[in-house]
Design a protein around this ligand. Structure first.
Ligand SMILES: [Cu+2]
Length: 108
């Protein structure tokens, strides 16, 4: 019986019919002095965006407009991650270097 199930699974895999849950996607954004790289992203709902601090100056990640509001602390290193579960367009600033240090994320 076990063999049969394994064979069926192998066949389904080969045929591409076995539904395998997609691994949760993560997108990384670099927080530099004084810009986000990339500063425009389009991601699927459920994607986790991870901001990684790369510069020398303090920065933060603050949603000023969008379907959900969140904010990181102001920091000089480390990272901040957020899973985006609501569709729409997020406008994100570093409030210290606004309005120049800005990015947008479109969640579809
Ligand atoms: Cu900044």
């Amino acid at each position: 019986m076990k063999k049969l199930i394994a064979a069926a699974a192998a066949t389904a895999l080969a045929a591409g019919t076995l539904a395998i849950p997609a691994l949760a996607a993560t997108k990384t954004v670099q927080v530099k002095d004084n810009k986000f790289v990339a500063n425009k992203l389009t991601v699927s709902k459920g994607t986790t965006v991870k901001w990684v601090w790369k510069g020398k100056a303090p920065h933060n990640v603050t949603v000023t407009k969008g379907p959900a509001k969140f904010k990181s602390t102001t920091q000089v290193k480390g990272s901040f991650s957020k899973k985006l579960t609501k569709k729409g367009t997020y406008t994100i600033l570093c409030t210290i270097h606004a309005p120049g240090m800005k990015m947008t994320i479109k969640v579809k």
